[in-house]
Ligand binder design. Structure first.
Ligand code: MG
Length: 393
């Protein structure tokens, strides 16, 4: 059983179009575009094999600038049509060659869809031609005749608000869309209503009030508040790093970005700052983005004698490019000498500066190894680091 996701991002938004603003699906929410947030749960769902985004022909540059490179299931975008219905039909036609068993159609402006909702919609397709996420109506409905007067109250029993994703057996929804297009049927505002028009059985499955569609500036503010007020939208990541450098002849060592006078130096291609190398690896580790040797090969003469601050700053840039932030970093330096205590706060301040975070988020600890092992024999220095990050989903 194969399932494709079709993300509909071709809408313009009336106000956006009027004011020359970017449509809401390309707006950035807590460091990541609404579109990327809408795609991410489908990327993460093992049930979904491919993801195709339908875009407005004028939006190709916005699409290209949306940082979607990390999604592995994404196919080339499809250009939409004059209405949402046309756009979805064109998206469905683009899946003809692949011909998945199931297709989930989802609004790009709903960034808070969850794996649970996706799973419920897919599960319902075992018994039905179509299924959509929806929530029961909680508010009483009024119809206005002459503003501001109420004409009538509409009973809300049995009424649901339709959301997306809406899932279908692919051949059935493709046929329904083709028939609706050919029959000059009324304009439909969602795909479930096209399926209903075509006589398909469509089931309601529980969506979530959080799975709302961003259409107005107020919706955008609500989405931002939701992301800012809770860890929703970010996941914590932890990485570790370890590094060793041997002592050699010299009169100082670099530790944590601070030059410390000593009766020996550290043997290295760069400045030998083991704590900063461990820290760089901890951040790269949390990002799942290789290690320091991969990004800065010791064989590369460019890094000969380099200040290790460069490596930490590069890792911080990689983090920033992913829209993440650092919660805290924790370093342990293992050596008999030099004594770290007198330099501890200078090192913390230096690392806080490299990472652009408050000093209270940086810990530096030091220990001897009770004269045991290579550090105990004063042959070298070792350093351990952990970094905890928050990354957008
Ligand atoms: Mg090193």
């Amino acid at each position: 059983m194969t399932a494709a996701a079709l993300i509909v991002a071709a809408g313009r938004g009336a106000r956006a179009a009027r004011n020359g603003l970017s449509p809401k699906q390309y707006a950035v929410l807590a460091g990541r575009s609404v579109l990327a947030r809408a795609i991410a749960p489908f990327e993460a769902s093992p049930a979904i094999s491919t993801i195709t985004v339908v875009i407005h022909p004028d939006d190709f540059e916005l699409y290209a600038a949306s940082n979607l490179g990390s999604f592995t299931k994404l196919t080339a975008p499809v250009m939409g049509g004059a209405t949402r219905q046309d756009s979805v039909r064109l998206g469905l036609e683009s899946l003809s060659a692949a011909s998945p068993d199931l297709v989930l159609i989802h609004d790009a402006a709903r960034p808070f869809v969850t794996d649970d909702i996706i799973t419920r919609v897919l599960a319902a397709l075992a018994d039905h031609d179509g299924a959509l996420a929806a929530v029961p109506l909680a508010d009483t409905l009024k119809r206005e005749q002459h503003a501001p007067l109420v004409e009538t109250t509409i009973p809300r029993a049995g009424l649901w608000k339709a959301q997306t994703p809406q899932g279908f057996r692919y051949p059935a929804i493709q046929a329904a869309h083709r028939a609706a297009s050919a029959a000059d049927a009324p304009t439909f505002t969602d795909d479930a209503s096209i399926a209903e028009w075509a006589g398909l059985g469509v089931a309601l499955v529980p969506g979530s009030e959080r799975n709302f569609k961003i259409t107005t500036s107020e919706d955008m503010a609500m989405a931002e508040a939701l992301l800012g007020a809770s860890p929703l939208g970010y996941e914590p990541r932890t990485g570790t790093g370890f590094d060793v450098h041997a002592f050699t002849a010299g009169d100082h060592v670099w530790l944590g970005g601070i030059r410390i006078p000593h009766d020996q130096g550290l043997d290295a291609h760069s400045d030998g700052d083991a704590p900063l190398h461990a820290l760089t690896d901890a951040i790269l580790g949390a990002l799942g983005d290789g290690d320091i040797g991969q990004h800065f090969p010791p064989s590369d003469p460019a890094w000969k004698g380099a200040r290790s601050r460069l490596f930490v700053e590069d890792a911080a840039r990689r983090l920033a490019a992913r829209g993440g932030r650092i919660t805290n970093v924790d370093l342990t330096i293992l050596c008999e000498a030099p004594r770290i205590g007198p330099h501890r706060d200078a090192i913390r301040a230096e690392i806080a500066d490299m990472l652009g975070i408050d000093i209270t988020r940086v810990a530096v600890k030091a220990t001897t190894t009770e004269r045991l092992g290579f550090t105990g024999r004063k042959e070298g220095i070792a350093a351990l680091a952990t970094a905890t990050l928050l990354l957008p989903f």
